[in-house]
Design a protein around this ligand. Sequence first.
Ligand code: SF4
Length: 281
Amino acid sequence: MIIKRAKTQGFCFGVAITVKKAEEAIEREGAEVTTLGHVVHNPQMVAQLEAKGLRNAQSVDEIERGTMFVRAHGLPVETFEKARAKGLTVLDATCPMVTKIHVQAEKLRDEGYKIVVVGDPHHPEVKGTLSHVPGAWCISSADEIDALPRASRVGVVVQSTWNGKGFAEIVRRLTEKYYEVRAVNTICTDTKNRQSEVDGLSREVDVMVVVGGKTSANTRHLAELAAMNGARAYHIEGPAELEAAWFAGVEVAGLMSGASTPGWLVDQVADRMDVLASDGR
Ligand code: SF4
């Protein structure tokens, strides 16, 4: 079996920076560094960082002292304020691409546009973006547009890991309802590259394996895109989930990863796929 691997694999640059900053902080401050939510959507990486001493909390109230580490998704403005008011040190590792979304949304608001954020309202990144533009509307599908209030000008930004085709359709539908629509495609370059690669690759293979945390939105979108193109797509978190039956009689398989999956894990998956395809064990 030939395994075709996507060019863009392993950590995106935002996650790579975040993980490096987290490791440096733990080294400097030991067990006094706490994240709100896991640093990356990858259980193996989370386990490694926690073994080194990184703590995890669900809210600022749970952090008694030390450093609050802000992961790549960013955090709502109020959370930064609350942590500082409590005397915590804030180490901000928000991905620059996410910060750019905040800046774009604020700029559009200052220019008089009613802001529409396209994304999952429950996603931490989207919650952070919405906190920068209070009163903004958040939608995750074109079906929600009919229920939006009236406005003359709307300015649109989108979650960094959103599906590009879905975003284009939402913007098209917004133009049918509103007189002026100004949309900034804030889907990050890494996400665009991965989506375009999986789009091409999944048309050339029988089976597509996408590696990444089950809670990772971008990994989920990649597997969905591959399935839409007719490939048998499997979203796994690691080599142990692979099954020999998936590759029986398969001549070409594709392999790709989400942005929060370390490169070494993708290599392990490739090795295991090779073994399963060769001897089925
Ligand atoms: S997926 Fe994009 S926005 Fe998210 S951390 Fe990576 S580079 Fe940044």
